[in-house]
Design a binder for this molecule. Structure first.
Ligand code: ATP
Length: 365
């Protein structure tokens, strides 16, 4: 944490969790670049609160997501979550909700916002893509997320497995409002993605709740697509979409698709937000195959951190945060456009070389 003398009333306290794998390389880069951007726009330095999470937390606290971390997050408006590699945890932790899942559930981070845009200088399958997937994060077809107690996935016999989808009108309307509000800051177009021809009651309720919220935003153009057709349309004419609102599982799958169509997994950012809290989390995992090799691309986490600052700037009416956010986004895009990129984007730069180049652009006058 910074010293008390540096803290002013407007100092922002943010949590920082390194997570596993490449998290130990990319989270420090995100912290460094956020600090540089805040300083470049003359905003007070961030008061970082480092918190245990992941494999190291298992060793030090006996659990990947210690109570200490959750209690501290309660007091914070935002945080950066590094990727976690929960599949590699000891078996007693593997059947549980992942650390990110626990945090999303505890703080009801209902909106998962996942932009996908092509980068100048990077070959993309859909170079015209510039859209945002707004994914409902608390219920829907993901049975691990949608129960207060127990799991919505269960096996009455070893040969029979069942899963329960949950759709409430209030949660569908809440995510629709997030999507339509976002569209008013973009190109005023929302596409509702569902599968109401088959999952008539559940995803039909989702579609109808979104359409009812649409009436509050008469200047926003609305259309809707079945999720299977949408997968094809994203490949065929992915440049035609602006904001895409959908339920939990469809959003998870489609956002991996849009991330890949517009660049690479290492460049796909996201935030998870409630009305009052925001978490920056890259869409990718801990990439254990390249961990510790100075090859990880920090772009997704950097852009996620910028989205977090932008969200905080918007919700607090603090233009310094908004400016710091666009400084980071411009520095990352400018660095890649100028030909410095990591291997996953076809470049030659190591993590630290890329970070240095982004830093230089972030502090440039
Ligand atoms: P999870 O299920 O936790 O999301 P995963 O097993 O699906 O994880 P990732 O850990 O995201 O997958 O890795 C998938 C592939 O993408 C790996 O080959 C990995 O090296 C690569 N990859 C992921 N993130 C990055 C990154 N930031 N930079 C470079 N390569 C990455």
């Amino acid at each position: 944490m910074t010293g008390a003398s540096a803290i002013t009333s407007s100092t922002l306290r943010l949590g920082l969790m390194h997570g596993d794998g490449i998290g130990h390389e990319i989270v420090p880069v995100a912290r460094q670049i956020v600090d540089a951007a805040m300083s470049a726009v003359h905003a007070p330095p961030v008061d970082w609160v480092e918190l245990p999470l992941g494999r190291e937390a298992i060793e030090t606290h006996g659990t990947p997501i210690p109570d200490k971390t959750l209690v501290a997050l309660e007091q914070l408006p935002g945080w950066i979550l590094g990727p976690h590699d929960s599949a590699s945890y000891p078996s007693e932790f593997r059947g549980q909700l992942t650390p990110g899942g626990v945090i999303r559930k505890k703080f009801e981070l209902f909106a998962n916002i996942r932009p996908a845009f092509a980068f100048e200088g990077v070959k993309a399958v859909v170079p015209t893509m510039d859209l945002v997937i707004v994914r409902e994060n608390t219920e829907g077809l993901y049975a691990d997320r949608n129960m207060a107690v127990g799991s919505g996935e269960f096996m009455p016999t070893p040969d029979l497995a069942l899963a329960v989808g949950v759709f409430t009108r209030s949660a569908c309307e809440r995510i629709a409002r997030t999507a339509f509000t976002l569209a008013t800051r973009r190109r005023n177009h929302v596409t509702i993605v569902h599968k109401a021809n088959v999952l008539t009651l559940t995803t039909g309720l989702f579609r109808d709740a979104c359409l009812s919220v649409a009436t509050e935003f008469s200047h926003v153009v609305v259309d809707d697509q079945h999720v299977d057709a949408m997968a094809a349309l994203l490949v065929r004419r992915g440049g035609d979409f602006d904001v895409v609102v959908t339920e939990n599982m469809f959003g998870d799958i489609l956002s991996d698709l849009t991330g890949e169509l517009s660049g690479s997994l290492g460049s796909a950012p996201s935030i998870n937000a409630s009305e009052t809290k925001v978490m920056a989390q890259a869409a990718h995992g801990a990439a254990p195959d390249i961990a510790g090799k100075n090859r990880a691309n920090p772009t997704a986490l950097l852009l996620s951190s910028a989205m977090m600052l932008d969200w905080l700037g918007e919700s607090r009416g603090d233009s310094g945060l908004t400016l710091a956010a666009s400084r980071i986004t411009n520095a990352v895009r400018g660095t890649i456009a100028a030909g410095t990129a990591t291997a996953d984007l076809g470049g030659l730069a190591s993590t630290s070389q890329f970070a240095e180049a982004v830093y230089a652009r972030t502090v440039r006058r």
